[in-house]
Design a protein around this ligand. Sequence first.
Ligand SMILES: *Cc1c(COP(=O)(O)O)cnc(C)c1O
Length: 395
Amino acid sequence: MTKRITSTDAVHGGDRKTKPYDAVPEPIVASATYTFEDSDEIVAHTQGRHPRADREEYGRYGNPTVRAVEARLAVLEGTEDAVLFASGMAALTTTVLALTKRGDHVALFSECYRMTRELAESILARFGVESTFVPMNADDLAGALRPETRLVLGEMPTNPHLRCVDLAKVRDTCRGHRGLKTLIDATFATPVNCRPATFGIDLVVHSATKYLGGHHDVLAGVACGSAALCSLVRELRGVLGPVCDPHAAFLVGRGLKTLALRVAKQNESALAIAAWLEKHPKVERVFYPGLPSHPDYALARAQMSGFGGVVSFVARGGLEGARRLVDHLQIPRIAPSFGGVDSLVEQPAVMSFYEMTPEQRRDQVGIEDGLVRFAVGIEEPEDLIADLARAFTAG
Ligand SMILES: *Cc1c(COP(=O)(O)O)cnc(C)c1O
């Protein structure tokens, strides 16, 4: 079990006691560049002997608003440092590119975000980095590792079936392979429910667009890890340029303050909704790691302190059955994404895999046609359940 983060960490983690102008929150520093007193100061800065630790130079290399959010994220994730990005994919691609070179091999767990798969199959391949997709367990991972494997990349839990991988076993499998790093995209877990670094995972990536921001009003991403790894990632961010704008960073920082509160409510509501759905005659199957019916229930209980706000389920009646239900819901709006205060709902078969035939969807990506992904917000669970009950009857 991971040590739980608290709202005290979420509000104050990494905080400096006194802010500019004695403000309570970190102000938004909207400055693309920074002035120097004289040429000597620039020399001191470029030679790394500037007396002020918070000396900035140029917006692509760092920003005080961004750094304050990074400091809080590092505390929440239990890592030495964190690097903020313009989106989750910016964090992921920059981190992967920082750790790999031509001739290297990357092992990925097979249920992963569609653009992560795209990164491996289309982009890394172009730069001579091979990748292998492996089933989500440590034994298959052990069989896929090669002397040139430099990175193991996985998500925990996964989208949309909320599969979990045993993080300690992944760490043990990778131990002894020289130069091999482990990276977990823990967007679905949030540091409230699981902190992969505490299991010995090297790097933790989040789409901060989801729970960390929490309000569906900002795109951002973060990579968390040791000071040495984060410094590599930060350096490449300075080259590639996918920086988080300070206004966006401010929204992430504000969202983070209520992270523990929001996720606690979402955990509780999603569990209640998942249990209710499992008993509903118009539901074939529910995927929620907090239910004993989930294949990873025992593992999730052992390594997570909550199971998150996303519930996936297969509605009877296939594509049409799911469509009728989704279209009759009144509280959750139809949209991709999850993790915010507003509940959202979507049909993965239509939203993300529309170009495939039902057979391709089932066999290649394991997406049932009747699958519905319900991203629970902070509305009252009894209202969300009443809405579901009404929509099932109307459909
Ligand atoms: C949304 C998401 C991403 C991509 O994040 P963006 O902020 O949209 O770039 C990556 N991984 C997972 C698991 C996600 O859910």
